[in-house]
Write a new protein. Sequence first.
Length: 576
Amino acid sequence: MKLPLATNRTVATKVIELFKLYKGEFVLVIAVQIIVAIAAVVTPWVIGKSFDAVGSGTTPSVIRTYITVIIIAVIVQFIASWFADYRSRVLGQKVFNVLRIRIVESVMHLPLSVVEAAGTGDLLGRTTSDVNRVEFILRRGLSRLMVLSFQVIVTVVAALVIEWRVGFVVVLSFVPLVFVIRKYLRRTIAAYLAASALSAEVSGDITETVEQSATVDSLGMSEVRTRRTSVLLREMWDNERYSALMRTYFSATMVLVLFAPLVIAIVWGAWLVGLGVTTVGAVVAVALYAQQLRWPLDELGWWIDELQFAAVALARIFGVAEVPSDREFGDDAPTSDVVEIEDVSFSYREGEPVLRNVGLTVRSGERLAIVGPSGAGKSTLGRLIAGVNPPDVGSIRVGGVEVTRLPEDLLHQTVALVTQENHVFVGTVADNLRFAKADASDEDLLSALRTVDALWVERLPEGLDTKVGSGARELAPSQAQQLALARIVLVDPAVLILDEATSLLDPTAARSAEQALSRVLAGRTVISIAHRLYTAYDADRVAVMIDGEVAELGSHNELVSRGGEYASLWEAWQQD
């Protein structure tokens, strides 16, 4: 599954909405850019007037006046251009800030099932390289595009006003330009879309291979992963070669289109001067305008390329917000922390069921351990109870309400899932913990850390204010796991699901952390998916899963006395 792309209309609407937030600043930038463009057309006009004045035998004072006007125009153009560029960059950064906040909000509210089905590469590409591409356009391109556009418009108008019989040649140059650009866009938009998608896929593929290198080596998948990456890189090469060829064609065509008006204006103007229809000064002025147009049009051609990348990036960014929900939300709130699982079946791939007709009731305040061999469906059942995925068949209710119908905020307060995969965010230890409870005091944070035996935080040089994460203090996997457990203490959910949540701690520390959690979460419903069977020993009941079904259910002593699957697991674990 791929995340959707926003339509061109949606992109245009969203961009306009962003700029409407800063309407006053946008109008100011446009006004100053118009001044820049007007100042730019003064010089050719004055030079043309000077030619006519010299031809008619003017005085030196008139020429000095013309020179003064040119100097003033250049100074005004320089100052206005600097101010316009500064205000454009400020506006671009403000717009980019809002855009960045909105995409983060969209990503944070994406259904987890959709994110996992789409893969990490696509989402990573949209939140990094695509965002950077748009940031470049807003920071640098916004100013240039405005000044170039207004310069072209004002220059064309000035050429027509001074001498329309020669100036229309400048206007005619836009006819082939439109066709060149249209042809270029038609041939390259699909290639740029493919480039962004391939870049995201390569990033995701390499990231997954590096992060799971141990698994790749142990399963002998190095060749498979290398071959897959090579295929993607080859596709990127073919796509980029095609895009480069199109850009070369576009550049060569632009040279012809941009030089033609200058040559035609001089030849045509000279013929009109010979007929006595116009003056040499008017032809010189229009020719200078045609010459002056070459640079903004040439640069606009380059920015068109960048705009294509930005348009594709925006379509991918705004597409994140268009991901449909995988469930319907209701208004009912849970009345208890009883978990009811009724005839639940689920599969990640059609025809390959992971869970089959699972039925189970977890009583209020009960501690249930789910054990079984790898691939039995333990973690999948935990994910369904947490509302990460909706079941294909059956229902899962907490307090009488379907978990898939609980609004996001209420779901997080009701059910929390902690796995062995934990993330340390860039920031302080306190920042990492306050994701769970924004108004928690320092004492609340320290209390939560002590609960999970994370005493190492108090020994850090700056304590809770120690910066951790990428580029700062790197935490060991076990320390990251303790931070995740401390967050759970702060969230204090009605139902807690621990999916091998202490697996990265050494056995003694894991035992201590689980016992501490049990004391803090006394009276809460706790479901532990465990591979260390002392967790099952401490639980009120144990569910044994085999091939996606609950094979046995009862207390530790009951299951051991039955001599079934659990008894075999217990005996094997004790021997280890």
